[in-house]
Write a protein that binds this ligand. Sequence first.
Ligand SMILES: [Zn+2]
Length: 348
Amino acid sequence: MAVSAFRALCGKSTSLNLSSRKMKEVPECVYTLTKLSALLLNNNTITALPVQLLALQHLTELNLGNNALTEVPAVLGHVQSLKKLYLFSNHITAVPPDVIGGLQNLIVLNLNHNHIQRLPPEIKSLRKLQHLSVLDNQLEDVPEDLGHLTELREINLTSNRLTRLPKQLYQCKGLTKIHAARNRLSSLPEGIGKLKQLAVLDVAGNKLSMFPTEFHLLPLRELYCEGNSFVRREPTSSVQKAEVLTLKELAARLVLREDRGGVSLVHRMLPRYPGLRSMLLEASRCALCPGPFLTTWLECVHFVSLRKVGKLRSPLTVPVRARLCSYACFNVKGHSYYAVATRHVEPN
Ligand SMILES: [Zn+2]
């Protein structure tokens, strides 16, 4: 320690490596090295950080990995110069909102191998964040506010307890890698086609029955999807009753069709009814005809060869979700869609 601290004191180095020194706390003299930009404290038994850390006004990288912290130290919320923060392999259970809210310049945040159950909505303050890694924690949900992290390039949520991902994640349009293996995901939200730079998708070891529509349009280079419960291609005959649509559904389809006309009265009047308009934003189109629908559709899949997805070279085929507007469309011969369930009706 003496030599590296001495070098730093002489101004020859702006980085100080104190990893693996069996330290329970940071030595006082470190806080006199005010030019430090990188401080490596990993592989010790540190349990807390004092406010003196604020003397290091140029600190951009702090590695506290493999220590004995039980929470994200409060003082970090005031070290606004930080760009890279490593807190992996501690005993952290909570990420305090006010601490995370003070780290606006963070580019890398690594919280791997802790006991974190939730990320606070204040994570949206990390507007410059590019790499977020929360591998091997106890997350049961991730906040919708992740959608504000528009600089995000990589997110690692592997080995948690997630049952869903928020659709707002797709607002992070620069995402190139999503790691969400070994969770409890039963589906991925619709809209994944917005991720036009997604090169790596790892969803192995979940409970997925199919991929969302537009999956086959992703520019993937790597896909990991083993260990799911994908529906299989086993055609069986079924009773196809003509559906009775609700009045709401019939009206919605009419309005949606008219709105598409561009010059119709409905199209001109719709801006005056913002509530109606936002409801219609949830509408989708039939994969076959392609007429619009709102809440009632036939849940189908088509089987896509992974050779045709991005740059994947796998011989496998996977089921990709497709929704048809009606049995009338489904009964048309010559398409490759398979129904997987009965008609889906959402509560009005
Ligand atoms: Zn249709």
